[in-house]
Design a protein around this ligand. Sequence first.
Ligand SMILES: NC(=O)c1ccc[n+]([C@@H]2O[C@H](COP(=O)([O-])OP(=O)(O)OC[C@H]3O[C@@H](n4cnc5c(N)ncnc54)[C@H](OP(=O)(O)O)[C@@H]3O)[C@@H](O)[C@H]2O)c1
Length: 276
Amino acid sequence: MRPPLEGVVLVTGASSGIGRALAREVAPRCCALVLVARRKSKLEALAHELRERHPKLQVLVAPCDITDRIQIDEMLLDVQRAFGVVDVLINNAGFGDMSLFDLSDWDRNQRMIDLNATALAYLTHRLVGPMVERGRGGILNISSGLGLSFLPGFTTYIATKHFVTGFTEALRLDLAGTGVVVTQSCPGPVATEFASHTGNFTGREIPAFLEISAEQCARESLRAFELDRALVIPGVVTWLLMFFHHLSPRPLRRLLLSSLGPHLRQLQNKARTGSP
Ligand SMILES: NC(=O)c1ccc[n+]([C@@H]2O[C@H](COP(=O)([O-])OP(=O)(O)OC[C@H]3O[C@@H](n4cnc5c(N)ncnc54)[C@H](OP(=O)(O)O)[C@@H]3O)[C@@H](O)[C@H]2O)c1
């Protein structure tokens, strides 16, 4: 079974990073592409580039804050008017926040839950029913390596990505035999705008050997989706880390990570008070 990537594909978070790379990757194959994010100018620039490269491709720029259900409903009406149906939904939009939970800003936590979890589930709910009725379709969810593991300093982000991981695994089982492909991608660090939104009070950079490009992430995610794989971990280094991570017993992982929380608390308090 293959996802109908030759049909109408909707990508959330298409204005930058992995979403933009996913849109560029599917553009030569699909007949129509819906680009969703808040920054209209970025979406228009991408649409212009894609129309130039692929003259037969229809592109709908759909500026939308997907944490707002009313905006989603209006956007989906526009999509319906333009193309009728969506064959493939790529839930990619998301952001993270580096903070110990008690020191974090609630509004950011709420926005992360609204975007990373609620919007993904709502869009899926709106679009998957007709896919099942037609007996063809595809849902590709961009989760995270942190949806398969845990660390201090990212509690709400990790919780939202565990939601995506559990949601996608269970949805795949729900939709078995319906003709709808469900895949999730769980990347480690990817070079995008993500880190600039997440913030970093540690003063440490992500080691270069861990980071992959948005293009590599998009390519490997789509390849797994086309092969109807349940889960892909793009990038060989992250794949190996996750492999060994899952071999180690959970109590051992808890023990190994237990000293990191107090260390991060010291660093975050220093960053907050500005003391050296
Ligand atoms: N980069 C990494 O290291 C990494 C690792 C693992 C997983 N991921 C996951 O990969 C996905 C894509 O992230 P990225 O790395 O490509 O980051 P990015 O470059 O910051 O892209 C995030 C995208 O989400 C969109 N977005 C944010 N808030 C939105 C909203 N309220 N409504 C609609 N769109 C919204 C942004 O567009 P606008 O600002 O224009 O709305 C942007 O297009 C996320 O789900 C992230 O959790 C990233």
